[in-house]
Design a protein around this ligand. Structure first.
Ligand SMILES: Nc1ncnc2c1ncn2[C@@H]1O[C@H](COP(=O)(O)OP(=O)(O)OP(=O)(O)O)[C@@H](O)[C@H]1O
Ligand SMILES: [Mg+2]
Length: 460
C-alpha cells in the first residue's frame, strides 16, 4: 500500500530527528488521515478517546511541520505527501540510519522533499510555464498558481516593473478585493522581471504558516541553513547580500476576522515586525505582499520610506474584461458593456457570471439589473464574514443610502467616533471607494456589493 511507504519514510525521518520511532497510534492516525477519517473514527479503531487521539494528532502535525518546513495538518497531509512524491522515494538511501544527526534532518528533508529548484524536482504543473527566466537564478515557485489566460493590465505592469527595477522597492503591496486579479498580476510580473533577481520565491499564507516556519523555509532555500539561533538576522543578511524577490500571497489570512482590517491574529503579530524590518532596511531584495486587506504598518512605512509602495488594484478595463467574456463564447460587445460595469471589471465575478449565462443559455435578463447569484454570494459571504460589527453597520448604511454618499449623510446614523475607523477599514479592504468632487468627499460602493448588502439586510 503506497501510504505505508510514506509512513516508513516519515518514521525514518522522525527517528533521525528525535531518536524515537513512530508508535502504533501515531501510525494509525496517519493511515486514518490518509483515508479521510476524522479523529473520533480513528479513536474507535484504536480503543482510545477522541480527545486523546486528537492531542496526539496535533503534536504529530506540529512535528511534521517542523521537519518538512511546511504547515501540515490533518486536512492537507495526504495532499502534501502526494505533492512531494514522498510515496515514490527510495527508502534504502537512508534506511534505518541512527547515524543521521539531528542537525541534518532538515537537510535530509530538503534532499528528498524540498522545493523544486531544479528541473528534475519541478512538479508537473510547473512545466508549462510560458516563460523562461534566467537559468542562473534560483526559483521556488511550487506554490505559485498557473495562469490560464491574461488580458490587459499593461499600465499596472509598467508601474510595478518601474517600482521593482528602477526604484528598487523593498516592500511592495498589491491590494484589492477578492477576485480582482492580484495573484494573476503578480504571476505575470514575475515572468517579466525574473532575470533581475538571484532568487525568486513564492509563498502562500493561505494555510497560515507561523513566521518561524516561513523564515525557515526561506532561509533554507536561499542559504541552505535553516537551523540557526538568530534566524531573522540571518535572513535579513541574505536579503542584503543577494537580490531576492519574495512573494507572499494571501496575506489577509493572518489577520483577525471580526476586527478592523489589518489586525494580526494572535500569534502572527511578528509578521508585522518582519514587514517593518524589511521596509526600514537597506536590503537589495524585495518582498511583494498580496493582500485583500492592507496591513497596518504599510501605511506608516509608505509615508516614511521611498522603498515601500502599494498598488490598489481596480477592475479590468472594458477591453480586457470583454476578452474574458469572449473566451466564454459571447459575441456582441455592446450588449455586455453594462454588465462589465455592474461587476466592476472583476475578472473572477465576470468569469462566474459568464459561466452561469452560458450554462443556462439566457442573456437578456442581465442588461436590466445586477444579478446576485449563488456562487457570487458564497464568495462575498466569505469576505463579509470577516468584517467587524461596526464595518457591517457602516456598509449597510451606505448601501441603504445610495450609490454615493457623503460623510455627513452617514453621520446621521452612526456616531463619528465609530464611523471614521470603520470607513478607513472598509477602504483598506477595498469594499468601498472614495472620491472628491468640488471639495466634497463621497464614498461609493460597487453595484454588485450594494445589491449583496441589501440582500443580506432583507434577510434580517
Ligand atoms: N488580467 C486578467 N486576465 C484574465 N483573467 C484574469 C486576469 N486577472 C485575473 N484573472 C482571473 O480571474 C480570477 C481571479 O484572479 P486572482 O486569483 O488573481 O484574484 P485575486 O485578487 O488574487 O483573488 P483572491 O484575493 O481571492 O486571491 C482567476 O481565475 C484569474 O485567472
Ligand atoms: Mg489571490
Amino acid at each position: 500500500m503506497e501510504v505505508e511507504h510514506g509512513i516508513e519514510f516519515l518514521d525514518n525521518l522522525v527517528y533521525a530527528k528525535t531518536g524515537k520511532r513512530l508508535n502504533s497510534l501515531q501510525k494509525a492516525i496517519l493511515r486514518g488521515t490518509w483515508q479521510n477519517l476524522k479523529y473520533p473514527e480513528i479513536a474507535k479503531t484504536q480503543f482510545r478517546s477522541a480527545k486523546y487521539v486528537k492531542g496526539v494528532g496535533f503534536n504529530l502535525w506540529k512535528l511534521f511541520s517542523e521537519l518538512l518546513v511546511e504547515d501540515i495538518n490533518q486536512s492537507n497531509f495526504r495532499a502534501i505527501l502526494e505533492k512531494r512524491e514522498l510515496l515514490n522515494i527510495d527508502l534504502s538511501t537512508f534506511q534505518d540510519s541512527p547515524q543521521i544527526k539531528v542537525v541534518n534532518s532538515i537537510n535530509v528533508c530538503s534532499k528528498f522533499l524540498q522545493f523544486p529548484n531544479s528541473a528534475e524536482t519541478k512538479p508537473q504543473n510547473q512545466t508549462d510555464r510560458k516563460w523562461n527566466a534566467s537559468a542562473t537564478n534560483k526559483k521556488d515557485l511550487s506554490e505559485m498558481p498557473n495562469l490560464s489566460s491574461f488580458y490587459g493590465r499593461t499600465q499596472e505592469l509598467t508601474t510595478l516593473k518601474k517600482l521593482l527595477l528602477q526604484e528598487k522597492c523593498r516592500l511592495l503591496t498589491i491590494l484589492g478585493i477578492s477576485g480582482i486579479g492580484k495573484t494573476a498580476l503578480a504571476v505575470k510580473l514575475i515572468e517579466q522581471v525574473a532575470d533581475d533577481f538571484d532568487y525568486i520565491l513564492w509563498r502562500s499564507l493561505r494555510n497560515k504558516p507561523s513566521l518561524d516556519i516561513l523564515e525557515r523555509s526561506l532561509l533554507e532555500f536561499i542559504s541552505a541553513t535553516a537551523n540557526t539561533d538568530n534566524r531573522r538576522s540571518h535572513l535579513i543578511d541574505y536579503l542584503r547580500k543577494h537580490r531576492c524577490l519574495i512573494i507572499l500571497d494571501n496575506v489577509q489570512m493572518i489577520f483577525q476576522s471580526g476586527e478592523l482590517a489589518g489586525n494580526y491574529e494572535t500569534g502572527y503579530e511578528n509578521y508585522g515586525s518582519l514587514f517593518r524590518q524589511i521596509g526600514e532596511s537597506d536590503s537589495s531584495s524585495c518582498f511583494v505582499l498580496i493582500s485583500g486587506d492592507k496591513p497596518r504598518e504599510i501605511a506608516d512605512l509608505e509615508a516614511e520610506y521611498q522603498g515601500c509602495k502599494s498598488l490598489p488594484l481596480a477592475g479590468l478595463d472594458v477591453d480586457a474584461a470583454w476578452e474574458i467574456l469572449r473566451e466564454h463564447g459571447f459575441d456582441t460587445e455592446e450588449k455586455w458593456q453594462y454588465m462589465i460595469n455592474q461587476y466592476g471589471g472583476n475578472p473572477l465575478w465576470l468569469k462566474m457570471v459568464a459561466r452561469l449565462i452560458r450554462d443556462l443559455g439566457f442573456t437578456d435578463l442581465w442588461q436590466e439589473s445586477t444579478f446576485l447569484f449563488a456562487d457570487l454570494e458564497y464568495k462575498l459571504n466569505q469576505q463579509f464574514n470577516r468584517l467587524s460589527a461596526i464595518e457591517k453597520k457602516v456598509i449597510s448604511t451606505i448601501a441603504d443610502l445610495g450609490a454615493r454618499v457623503t460623510t455627513a449623510q452617514i453621520l446621521a446614523y452612526i456616531p463619528q467616533s465609530e464611523l471614521l475607523n470603520a470607513l478607513q477599514s472598509l477602504l483598506r479592504r477595498s469594499l468601498i471607494e472614495k472620491y472628491v468632487e468640488i471639495g466634497e468627499v463621497y464614498f461609493t460602493i460597487k453595484p454588485v456589493i450594494r445589491e449583496y448588502v441589501k440582500h443580506q439586510l432583507s434577510k434580517l
